[in-house]
Design a protein around this ligand. Structure first.
Ligand code: C2E
Ligand code: MG
Ligand code: MG
Ligand code: MG
Length: 279
C-alpha cells in the first residue's frame, strides 16, 4: 500500500511539472503566431506634467489578447519573450508601431505626442539596434525628440558596453529614462555618468508615500538626487490625489497612473488629449 501511495505521488508530481512546461510552450507558440499575424497591440498611458496638468506624452504598453488563450498580461509574456529571444522581434515591432501611431495621431491633429517605449536590455545590446531605430525614424518620419526609450536599471550590469549604446542613442536625439528606478540595484556612482534625461520612480515607492513616512522620505531623496544629477523625475503608479500632491509639492516634474488615466487604446488618447485641451 505504501508503495502504491508513493507511486501515486510520483505520478501526481510529474504531470504538474509538465503542466508548467506545457503552458510555456503553449504561450511561446501562441506568441510567435500573434507576432506573425500582428495580433498584438499597444495601449498608451498619458504622462502628465504635474505642475500644470498638461499631457507631456504617453507610455506605450504591449497588450496581447489571444483568440484562444484570452488576455495574457505583460508580466507573464514579457519574461517569456526575454527567455526565448522573442523579445527581439517583439521589441522591433513595438518601436515601429509606436512611430506609426505617432504619425497617425499627427495626421488627426493630435500632438505631436511624445511616446515612451520600453526597451529590454537584451534588445538594446543587439548589434543592429541603433541601425534599426534610425531606419524606423527615417521611414516613418518621426522626429527623434518625440521618442523616448525606457530602460531598467539592469542596464548597469554591463555598463561598459551599455555606455557606448546609450551615447549613440543620445546622439540620435531620442530621450532616455531609467524605468522602475529604486527597485533594482543601481550603482549610484555610475548613475551620474549615464547620458540619460529622466529617472522614473518605481510604483512600489509611490504606493506607500502617504501611509509610510519613510517611503515618503525615500521618494523625496530620489527626487533631490535626480535633480542634482541633472535629470528630471517622473513617478509611475499614481493612484490617489494625496500621492499626486505629495509628488508635485516635492518637485517631481511628471507622473502617470490610474489617478489620471489607465493605459488606453489609441482612440482613447485622442479623446483624452482633446479633453485636456479644453480644460
Ligand atoms: P512598466 O514599464 O514599469 O510600466 C508600468 C506598468 O504599471 C504598466 O503595467 C501599467 O499598466 C501599470 N500602471 C500604470 N498606472 C498604474 C497605477 O496607477 N497603479 C498600478 N498598480 N499600476 C499602474 P503593464 O502594462 O502590465 O506592463 C508591465 C511591465 O511590462 C512594464 O512595466 C514593462 O516592464 C513591461 N512591458 C510592457 N510593454 C512592454 C514593451 O513593449 N516592451 C518591453 N520590453 N516591456 C514591456
Ligand atoms: Mg516603462
Ligand atoms: Mg516603470
Ligand atoms: Mg514599474
Amino acid at each position: 500500500l505504501a508503495k502504491d501511495l508513493g507511486g501515486n505521488r510520483f505520478q501526481f508530481y510529474t504531470p504538474m511539472l509538465d503542466g508548467v512546461a506545457f503552458r510555456k510552450i503553449q504561450l511561446e507558440t501562441a506568441l510567435r503566431r500573434a507576432l506573425a499575424k500582428e495580433q498584438l497591440l499597444l495601449h498608451y498611458q498619458p504622462q502628465l506634467d504635474l505642475e500644470n496638468g498638461r499631457m507631456r506624452g504617453v507610455e506605450a504598453l504591449l497588450r496581447w489578447n489571444d483568440p484562444e488563450l484570452g488576455i495574457i498580461p505583460p508580466c507573464e509574456f514579457i519574461p517569456l519573450a526575454e527567455e526565448t529571444g522573442l523579445i527581439l522581434p517583439l521589441g522591433k515591432w513595438v518601436i515601429k508601431e509606436a512611430c506609426r501611431q505617432h504619425i497617425e495621431w499627427l495626421k488627426a491633429g493630435i500632438g505631436p505626442v511624445k511616446i515612451a517605449v520600453n526597451v529590454s536590455v537584451r534588445q538594446i545590446e543587439e548589434e543592429d539596434f541603433i541601425q534599426y531605430l534610425k531606419q524606423v525614424l527615417t521611414d516613418t518620419g518621426v522626429s527623434p525628440s518625440y521618442l523616448e526609450i525606457e530602460i531598467t536599471e539592469s542596464i548597469m550590469q554591463n555598463i561598459d558596453q551599455s555606455m557606448v549604446i546609450l551615447h549613440e542613442l543620445k546622439a540620435i536625439g531620442v530621450e532616455l529614462s531609467i524605468d522602475d528606478f529604486g527597485k533594482g540595484y543601481s550603482s549610484l556612482s555610475y548613475l551620474k555618468h549615464l547620458p540619460i534625461h529622466h529617472l522614473k520612480i518605481d510604483k512600489s515607492f509611490v504606493e506607500d508615500i502617504i501611509a509610510h513616512p519613510t517611503q515618503g522620505s525615500i521618494v523625496k531623496a530620489i527626487i533631490a538626487m535626480g535633480h542634482s544629477l541633472g535629470f528630471s523625475v517622473i513617478a509611475e503608479g499614481i493612484e490617489e490625489e494625496d500621492q499626486f500632491k505629495f509628488l508635485a509639492e516635492h518637485g517631481c516634474e511628471m507622473g502617470q497612473g490610474y489617478y489620471f488615466s489607465q493605459p488606453l487604446p489609441p482612440e482613447g488618447i485622442q479623446a483624452f488629449y482633446m479633453k485636456m485641451l479644453n480644460v
